[in-house]
Design a binder for this molecule. Sequence first.
Ligand code: GTQ
Ligand code: FE2
Length: 359
Amino acid sequence: MATQSKISPEEMEQFYENSKLAGVKPGWLGRGSQPPPKTQPFLWRWSDVRPLVHRSGEIVTPDRDVERRTMRLSNPGLDYGTTHTITAALQLLLPGECAPAHRHTPTAIRWVLEGEGVSTTVEGDKCYMERGDLVLTPSWTWHDHNSEGDGPMIWLDGLDVPLIQSLDANFYEAFPEDQQPVTGVGESEKKYAAGALRPAWESPNAPYSPLWHYKWERTYDALYRLAQVDASPFDDVALEFSDPATGGSVLRTLACWIQMLRPGVKGKAHRHTTSKVYQVFEGEGYTIIDGQRFNWTRGDFFVVPSWSWHEHGNESEQEAILFSIQDNPVMKTLALLKEEAYEENSGHQPVTEVFSGAR
Ligand code: GTQ
Ligand code: FE2
């Protein structure tokens, strides 16, 4: 450190002491020691997590104390969250149960994994959920989950809680009753799911998609059609769920993707300032993250941290389908979205390690 020789060591000491007392810190101390990103690449096996989620049904009920019966995917590098901006959790609802109505500033998405009979009511619109459906509950919209089925249902929740928390903007309100009044059934889907064709007299201007229920049937059809004509060298057949009113991401803070890795596909590596949480909806394959190979199979979850090199592949003979939640709308809005392709070795990283699990 270059210091002024006019100052004696004692005066220096005094200066730092006085600074401390005044509540100021010299900016030249601790330079160059920028903390590294805390989000770690990680994988959760469905075979480990699923029994615990089912067991949670014998431990708590989603009354007003518990509110939601969830098991969060906890990143080992973080105190809270699955990435530094996203928290993902598995939610279980049993036959006849109601997860009571509330609203909050954090935005949420639901990605349905297994079971039947649950509907989520979003601002009065009752959306019946089936495997592969995506349901949005945007910031400050009333939502409650209700089971009319004969068996349990499990879905993946994705929320922007860590981001909202860091902005000191996390607000919550409970609805006075467990269920909000139902004003329609599947209305958002009927009105807006055609996407390219929308009600002529309306120009939706809500700060989120007017469509909040994306049915699996339509999603898979779109994947199947895209696969016939084009694909990305990094992500193979990848679609972003979009807001039909703007063509942009479904929510202000979160984007959702569905992608198909066709048999034999070996995607190239790249990195970007977006962090992602993946769910393996179908099939098996691998993702190499910063040289570490993660082998995944149906139902598993994994995290790709911001600015980590990653590439996906499918060495099997069946198609693999990945769902993901990403924070790129935030990065885009703040002009922080950066992307880089891995140029060496034809775009493929050397594998230095194989991920062996949480244990
Ligand atoms: O279903 O409303 O995983 O409010 C965390 C907070 C789910 C929900 C979560 C929530 C919900
Ligand atoms: Fe909620």
